[in-house]
Design a protein around this ligand. Structure first.
Ligand code: PEP
Ligand code: MN
Length: 242
């Protein structure tokens, strides 16, 4: 029997205690298993909101525990590995840090599951080698997250590389999670890209969701509404939909 896909969902950045509670409830209600949310955010501009840091991790941990969810959150620097690892189930290494080898070694050393996002211009072999760094330093397991690479046309922001999703899944037998939110950068493309990703072999989808996307502190335009998340989950054949 085929393994059922996993839904990872949550806000781009954790913006308040109340909101992460509300989002956790929604993710759990629709059958999601893992709550995502950023407390340490990599932003292209130093003037953009970069997350509420450690207090936000606490808010997310408590919300996740209340709703029986696991957590995935990003660690940006070697200095924060212990703080983040203490609070999270899965440690996320972001696209911009895929080849930050010192960070990879430190993250591996905490012996957890790692969600390794593909660098926006990383080849498959570079991606695999970064996973190798994690395993070599002790990581428990690595989930590969395709989030779009840089193409020649910015119209859909990043180019979601489904060929590579299929290659890692079917040739290498590796677990791939697709993040259509950061790939497309716009919410109307998230559902069709999600379906394509599952067809290509992804074991899970990581999507951004927000109760009021226009007020999100980052990435509002790609955040799904609660209704849209529910519809996506219903179309996914999650365990709870059977
Ligand atoms: C994220 O998932 O929060 C994120 C910043 O994504 P990426 O590293 O893929 O840009
Ligand atoms: Mn985001």
């Amino acid at each position: 029997t085929e393994k059922m896909p996993t839904l990872l969902a949550g806000p781009c950045s954790i913006d308040s205690e109340e909101r992460i509670e509300s989002i956790a409830k929604q993710v759990s209600d629709v059958g999601g298993k893992i709550l995502r949310g950023g407390a340490f955010k990599p932003r292209t501009s130093p003037y953009s909101f970069s997350g509420f840091g450690a207090p936000a991790l606490q808010w997310m941990r408590q919300a996740a525990d209340r709703h029986n969810l696991q957590i995935v959150t990003e660690v940006m620097s070697e200095h924060e590995v212990d703080t983040v690892a203490d609070m999270t189930d899965i440690v996320q290494v972001g696209s911009r840090n895929m080849q930050n080898f010192a960070l990879l070694r430190q993250v591996g050393a905490v012996k957890k599951c790692v969600l390794l996002k593909r660098g926006r211009s990383a080849t498959v072999s570079e991606w695999l080698m970064s996973a190798e760094y994690l395993y070599a330093s002790g990581a428990d397991s690595v989930l590969f997250c395709e989030r779009g690479i840089r193409g020649f046309d910015g119209e859909t922001r990043n180019l979601i590389d489904l060929g590579t999703v299929a290659l890692l899944t079917h040739h290498y037998g590796l677990p791939v999670v697709v993040d259509p939110s950061h790939a497309a950068g716009r919410r109307d493309l998230v559902v069709p890209l999600s379906k394509a990703s599952l067809a290509a072999g992804a074991v899970g989808l990581m999507v951004e969701v927000h109760p009021e996307p226009s007020t999100a502190l980052s990435d509002g335009p790609q955040a799904l509404s609660y209704d849209a998340l529910r519809r996506l989950a219903q179309s996914m054949d999650l365990e709870c939909n059977r």
